[in-house]
Design a protein around this ligand. Structure first.
Ligand code: KIV
Ligand code: NA
Length: 263
C-alpha cells in the first residue's frame, strides 16, 4: 500500500470501490493495520470506552487523543490518520482551530467532529486554515445524554430529512469525509448517493462508500458486548493480522455488513 491521502478516498468513491476503516489507539496495532493495508485509521474517542473503561466518550480530553495519535503515528506511515475531536473541544471555531492544530501536530492528517448544522462555520474555518475535516452525523455518541442512550437515529421522515440536510450542508462547508452512524440503511444509501465526498458508515447498512468499526469489536475483545452492527473477525482466523485482512476484504467485496448487522 502506498501512503494514503484524502484524494485516494475520493477516487475510491468515483470508482465504486468500497474501503475499510478501523479505529486504533496504539503503535502495536497500528503496525499490524499497516500490514493489513487498511487505508484509513481513526484515533477515536471510543478510546474512553475500550481503553479507559468508561461507559461513554465524554471524559476523553484533547491530550488523550493527542497522546494516542502520537502512538499510532509512530509505527504507521501509510494509512491516513484521522483523530477525533473530543467533547467540548470544538464548541466554537476558535477553540476548534486551537485544539485541532494540536491533533495535527501529533500526527493526524485530519480531524473528525460530531454534529449538524451548527458546525458549518467551524468546518469552514478549519478547512480554510488547512485542517481537513470529517463530519460525523446520525448517532453522535457525544450527545448520548441528549438522545437518552445509544439509539438509532433518523427513523422518522422528519429526522431523516434533517440528517440529509446536515450531510449536504457540512459537505458544502468543506468537510471532505462524512461518517454516518446507526441510521436505517435506506437513509445512509440516500446520503451516500447525494454527496460527492466519501461516506463511511457504521451501523448504517452496506451501501456507504466505506465502513468503520472499532478495532476491539473486530477482535471480539469489547468487554462482553458486541454491538449488532459489528462482527468478530478473529473468530474464524488464527491471527490479528488475518482478522484485519478478512475485515478489509469483506468490506471491499460487499460481504460486510450482511443482513444480521443492518437496521
Ligand atoms: O470513536 C469512534 O470509534 C468513532 C467511530 C465508531 C465512528 O467515532
Ligand atoms: Na468517536
Amino acid at each position: 500500500m502506498k501512503a494514503q491521502s484524502i484524494t485516494n478516498f475520493i477516487k475510491f468513491k468515483q470508482n465504486n470501490q468500497k474501503f475499510a476503516t478501523v479505529t486504533c489507539y496504539d503503535s502495536s496495532f497500528s503496525q499490524i493495520i499497516e500490514q493489513a493495508e487498511i487505508p484509513l485509521i481513526l484515533i477515536g474517542d471510543s478510546l474512553g470506552m475500550v481503553v479507559q473503561g468508561k461507559s461513554n466518550t465524554l471524559s476523553v480530553t484533547v491530550d488523550d487523543i493527542s497522546y494516542h495519535t502520537k502512538c499510532v503515528a509512530a509505527t504507521n506511515h501509510k494509512s491516513l490518520l484521522m483523530a477525533d475531536m473530543p467533547f467540548m473541544s470544538y464548541q466554537n471555531p476558535k477553540d476548534a482551530c486551537f485544539n485541532a492544530a494540536k491533533l495535527i501536530q501529533s500526527g493526524a492528517h485530519m480531524v473528525k467532529l460530531e454534529g449538524g448544522i451548527w458546525l458549518k462555520d467551524t468546518i469552514s474555518m478549519l478547512t480554510e486554515r488547512a485542517i481537513p475535516v470529517c463530519a460525523h452525523i446520525g448517532l453522535t455518541p457525544q450527545s448520548v445524554n441528549i438522545f437518552g442512550g445509544f439509539k438509532i437515529q433518523g427513523k422518522t421522515n422528519e429526522d431523516a430529512d434533517r440528517i440529509i440536510n446536515e450531510a449536504l450542508t457540512l459537505q458544502n462547508a468543506g468537510a471532505q469525509l462524512l461518517v454516518i452512524e446507526c441510521v436505517p440503511e435506506n437513509l445512509a444509501t440516500e446520503v451516500t448517493k447525494l454527496l460527492d465526498i466519501p461516506v463511511i458508515g457504521i451501523g448504517a447498512g452496506k451501501n456507504t462508500d466505506g465502513q468503520i468499526l472499532v478495532l476491539h469489536d473486530i477482535l471480539g475483545i469489547s468487554s462482553g458486548y458486541i454491538p449488532k452492527f459489528a462482527q468478530n473477525f478473529l473468530e474464524r482466523e488464527n491471527s490479528i493480522l488475518d482478522a484485519l485482512k478478512s475485515y478489509k476484504k469483506s468490506v471491499e467485496l460487499g460481504l460486510f455488513p450482511s443482513k444480521e448487522h443492518i437496521f
